[in-house]
Design a binder for this molecule. Structure first.
Ligand code: BGC
Length: 375
């Protein structure tokens, strides 16, 4: 006991126990535990989610709450079990980046237990059982991808047709539709005028579900995109030289680049390939002139904002998230779950090319190891 007390005092002296001014404090007698916040992330095969999970945990603990983090391995049943565990453990708020709409049942259980849920980055579709969503302006992410292609191929001044092939993210992730529609809002006029020619399926928007399905990448899996690119290179694109590939994120962009590099036509000059997430490997690729662009979404800021929102919910304060805009007007649909419109708080993405790849580095976005690789 004496030993335990000494350890406790040492921890306090070292400042490693943080007492928040909100509702997260523990009573000194230890009888009352700090509130638990459950953090459910969808997957780890896309690097960003590991960073999101770590940042969320760090911000939760810094505010004096307890955190439990789980990754769903792109399997909604698994994530639902993880959410059930958070509920069993008495979580007060859940921060959920879901896998797909199969999450709705678990969110209903949370609502029955009076546990508030924050949809994190991805909307929780087909649910009326939660009120808050925090994400980026995902239409703008797509617009940046379209603008990247527009600039790189100088489409405004192009006289000969340029060839493009289109990829989208997971058909079960609502964000994938926003990214695609944002990109196509820039590219469709060039396709209509014949300046851009699409090789392979061409959904004008994500609402053309049959064609969207054909260009979508189940669960954002890199091997799926790589195989599809290889097939395109050997079939639809065999007779042309592609000028651009619309790739929805960095993980898929690198898989597509890998497929292109195995084709003699592209070893000297790759098509313009887009991305998003500013993953260190892609920022390196941009720096070395392979991937053309990415979109930096400062997920450290997203995590910080989500935890602030969680604290305001727990303590019953008015919701006020500095740095985020409450979606309204044209953007209000970002919060439409299909069953109701939740309050959607949006952070701003940043377009990154070879000219400003240092921006995420300067924002402190990378780990020390990643930063060292980017030097
Ligand atoms: C996120 C992207 C991510 C993708 C794959 C999307 O919902 O917004 O940042 O690249 O999922 O995990």
């Amino acid at each position: 006991m004496k030993k335990l007390c000494t350890v406790f005092l040492l921890l306090v002296a070292a400042g490693s126990l943080v007492f928040a001014s909100g509702g997260g404090q523990k009573s000194s007698g230890g009888s009352q535990q700090a509130a638990l916040i459950g953090i459910a992330m969808p997957e780890t095969h896309v690097q960003r989610w590991q960073k999101d999970g770590a940042s969320l945990k760090r911000f939760v603990e810094a505010r004096g709450y307890r955190a439990e983090v789980a990754f769903g391995d792109a399997d909604q049943n698994r994530q639902n079990t993880q959410i059930q565990n958070f509920l069993t453990n008495g979580a007060k708020v859940l921060i959920v980046g879901c896998v797909n709409d199969g999450v709705a049942a678990a969110i209903t259980d949370a609502a029955q237990d009076k546990v508030a849920v924050i949809a994190y980055d991805r909307i929780i579709p087909q649910s009326a059982d939660y009120d808050y969503y925090i994400t980026f302006n995902n239409f703008k992410v797509g617009q940046f991808q379209g603008q990247g292609i527009e600039t790189a191929l100088n489409l405004k001044a192009a006289d000969a047709p340029k060839y493009i092939t289109l990829f989208a993210g997971s058909p079960t992730d609502g964000n994938a539709a926003f990214f695609y529609d944002g990109a196509m809002s820039v590219l469709n006029p060039y396709i209509k005028s014949g300046v851009l020619q699409v090789v392979g399926p061409y959904p004008e928007t994500s609402k053309d579900t049959a064609n969207f399905q054909r260009i979508a990448t189940e669960n954002w899996q890199a091997p799926v995109a790589k195989t599809r690119m290889e097939n395109l290179l050997n079939n639809d694109a065999a007779a042309v030289v592609l000028d651009a590939v619309l790739a929805p994120n960095d993980t898929l962009a690198r898989a597509i680049i890998e497929a292109c590099l195995a084709d003699a036509k592209y070893t000297a000059k790759l098509p313009v390939v887009t991305g998003q997430d500013a993953e260190a490997d892609s920022t390196l690729s941009i720096k070395s002139g392979q991937q053309y662009m990415t979109v930096f979404k400062d997920t450290t800021k997203l995590a910080e904002a989500a935890v602030l929102l969680a604290e305001q919910i727990i303590t019953g304060q008015a919701i006020n998230i500095p740095g985020a805009t409450l979606a309204s007007g044209d953007l209000a649909s970002i919060g439409n779950t299909g069953k109701k419109t939740v309050k959607a708080y949006l952070l701003e993405p940043i377009l990154i090319t070879k000219d400003n790849w240092q921006v995420p580095v300067q924002a402190g976005f990378y780990t020390a190891e990643e930063e060292a690789r980017l030097k």
